[in-house]
Design a protein around this ligand. Structure first.
Ligand code: ATP
Length: 211
């Protein structure tokens, strides 16, 4: 079973790495792919270039947890990085293996605004990371599909290639890439929010100085 963890990773940080590990262990993923996006459709362009973000991701994942890897297909594809295109291209390669798209509960609550969102569940399961005690209002189309799609065990995900939704409760670390960029812009240290090799790259590439 393969997990897909998409993001801008501008830069990657311990919030990403820790949740990736917890998700991998919670549902026994065989492989977890970090997929940096080239052109995020739903937000401002990243500050660091695609090459710089990939370099930081590689630095963070040296000596990584077994099964963690980087998939660069979105960086190689011109135009907006729509997840539905990414999942379709992975699906062609893995045939009927179970595939899980990992999203935070906030992202899930806005899923109905994603490009061709209904097709996402034809291509993958959704693993939704939630914080204890946090339950945002879900839009009607999402709420309506929960009863027939939600499964409570990871084993149920292995029974089909796609189409199920599984909620995982995690203790999310209060770290964001925004916080790291603004620390650097203010001349403060982002140390211990991201692995040291990423920190060295932020300095040597002179990233995030201008805020
Ligand atoms: P930014 O602050 O620039 O918005 P970010 O820190 O949210 O960035 P992204 O690369 O945009 O990082 O996020 C990729 C994915 O990682 C998203 O699904 C996001 O919800 C999740 N994520 C980000 N930070 C954390 C965190 N601290 N814990 C768990 N998941 C996180």
């Amino acid at each position: 079973m393969i997990g897909v963890y998409g993001g801008t990773f501008d830069p990657i940080h311990y919030g990403h790495l820790r949740t990736a590990l917890e998700v991998k262990e919670a549902v026994s993923l065989d492989e977890l792919r970090f997929i940096p996006c080239r052109e995020p459709p739903h937000r401002d362009a990243p500050e660091a270039s695609p090459e710089q973000r990939l370099e930081m991701l590689r630095a963070a994942l040296q000596d990584a947890e077994p099964g963690f890897c980087i998939d660069t297909r979105e960086l190689e594809r011109p135009g907006p990085s729509y997840m539905v295109d990414t999942l379709a291209s992975i699906r062609q390669e893995i045939r009927a293996a179970p595939l899980c798209l990992i999203v935070g509960l906030d992202a899930f609550a806005g899923l109905d605004r994603w490009h061709r969102w209904r097709e996402l569940l034809d291509l993958a399961h959704l693993l939704v990371m939630q914080r204890p005690g946090y339950s945002p209002e879900l839009p009607d189309p999402l709420q309506a599909m929960l009863p027939e799609r939600v499964v409570s065990t990871a084993d149920a995900l292995r029974e089909s290639p796609a189409g199920r939704i599984h909620f995982i409760t995690l203790t999310l670390l209060d770290i964001s890439a925004t916080r790291i960029r603004s620390a650097v812009a203010q001349g403060l240290s982002p140390r211990y929010l991201t692995p040291d090799p990423v920190l060295h790259l932020i300095h040597s590439l002179n990233l995030y100085r201008c805020g």
